[in-house]
Every structure is written in C-alpha cells, then in structure tokens.
Design a protein around this ligand. Structure first.
Ligand code: GDP
Length: 196
C-alpha cells in the first residue's frame, strides 16, 4: 500500500492563465467548489494544517489556479471558487476562460474533488461544474461539506437532494464531510491515495 506524508506539503505556484498550468507526470487532485463552501478548509483538514490553503480570503478574488505539491508525490490543484454574487462580469468571464482552458487540456485532472454545501440544494453553477468533471472522463468524487451544521435527521434527505440535483450516477462516491470536525477525511484520503 503506497503511503502519503500529508505533512509534507508545499505551495508551488498560482497560475493566472493556461500558459502557467503545471504539466507533470505526477497525479493531480483537482478541488472545485463555490466561494465559501469551505474548499480551503477541506484542503487544510486533509493536510492537518490550519492556515495552509487560505481560509476566508476575500471571495471572488482568488481567480487563480493554485498548486500544492504533497510529499513530492502528487499535486493538490485548487481551482478558483465560483458563484460569488459580487464578482464583476469581466472577472466572471476571466474565470470561465480559465476553467475552459483547464478542463479542455487532457492531463490536468487525475481525480476531481467537487465540493458542495451539505446544507443546500446545489446551485446552477455547481451543476455546471459537476458536468465539467463528468465530461472530463476522469474519476471524481463529491464532498458534501459542513455536515456538522445539519441535524442528524436532515442528513439523508440532503444527500439525496445533492445526488439528484447533480444527477450523480449511483456508483459515484458522495462523501459526507466536515472540514471543521474532520468527518469524511479518511474516506477522501483513501480515494486520493488510489491515484498513487
Ligand atoms: P472557501 O472560500 O471555499 O475556500 O471556504 P473557506 O475554507 O474559506 O471557508 C468558508 C467559511 O466556512 C469559513 O468561515 C470556514 O470556517 C467555514 N467552514 C468551512 N468548512 C466548514 C465545516 O465543515 N463546518 C463549518 N461549520 N464551517 C466550515
């Protein structure tokens, strides 16, 4: 069984355009989600860090693709958050162009990690992002974050709504997760380790 020392993580670079994407033989684990869903918190939780990937950075201003090298074995690729209402039209278009470039390039994705809010029905933007992962032809998982904010009695219905709204195939892994409490971490790490 391969091992991964998640404590050995380094920020590599921030790509503002496709010319700066990292092309590497190492597996790329690609994280996407709307602004404020807790994407940085999920990454930090995976890496046992508090402030590694930024948390609470001004939403919408993170229109870069950020690369982190983990144990010199794989990359965590942090896609810019989407869906923040106050973003200008030009920023929105820049984001869309960057994402189109990213998803159109074979080799940018080995595993997709699509993060949604466990509390809410996925947004239209979430649906679009899930479609991009689907059409990438690469494996992906969906993480339902902020599960700690749900009552136990609400969990099943919310997970079903996410599955239904994103039209996830039955075999697709939907991981109940709490970046705050650590729930789901082992399951997500197991999927990531399969890429080694
Ligand atoms: P990002 O914009 O997607 O990177 O989101 P952040 O990681 O910055 O998190 C946005 C906010 O949600 C912060 O205030 C986090 O503390 C909070 N948050 C993130 N994950 C969780 C979680 O699992 N549970 C709870 N209760 N709050 C969370």
């Amino acid at each position: 069984m391969p091992n991964l020392n998640v404590n050995k993580a380094a920020f590599v670079k921030s790509a503002a355009s496709h010319t700066q994407f990292i092309r590497s033989e190492l597996p790329s684990i690609v994280f996407a989600g709307k602004s404020n869903v807790g994407k940085s918190s999920v990454i930090n939780r995976l890496l046992n860090r508090k402030n590694f990937a930024r948390v609470g950075a001004s939403p919408g201003k993170t229109s870069h693709v950020n690369y982190f090298l983990i144990d010199e074995k794989l990359y965590f690729v942090d896609l810019p958050g989407y869906g923040y209402a106050k973003v200008s039209q030009s920023e929105r278009e820049r984001w869309a162009k960057l994402m189109e470039a990213f998803f159109s390039e074979a080799g940018n994705i080995d595993l997709g990690v699509m993060i949604v809010d466990a509390r809410h029905k996925p947004t239209a933007d979430d649906v679009t992002m899930a479609e991009w992962f689907k059409s990438s032809g690469r494996p992906y998982v969906v993480v339902a974050n902020k599960l700690d904010k749900l009552k136990k009695s609400e969990v099943d219905a919310n997970l079903s709504l996410i599955r239904q709204t994103l039209t996830l195939p039955e075999e697709l892994l939907l991981i109940p997760f709490s970046a705050e409490k650590g729930m789901g971490r082992d399951m997500l790490l197991t999927e990531i380790m399969k890429m080694l």
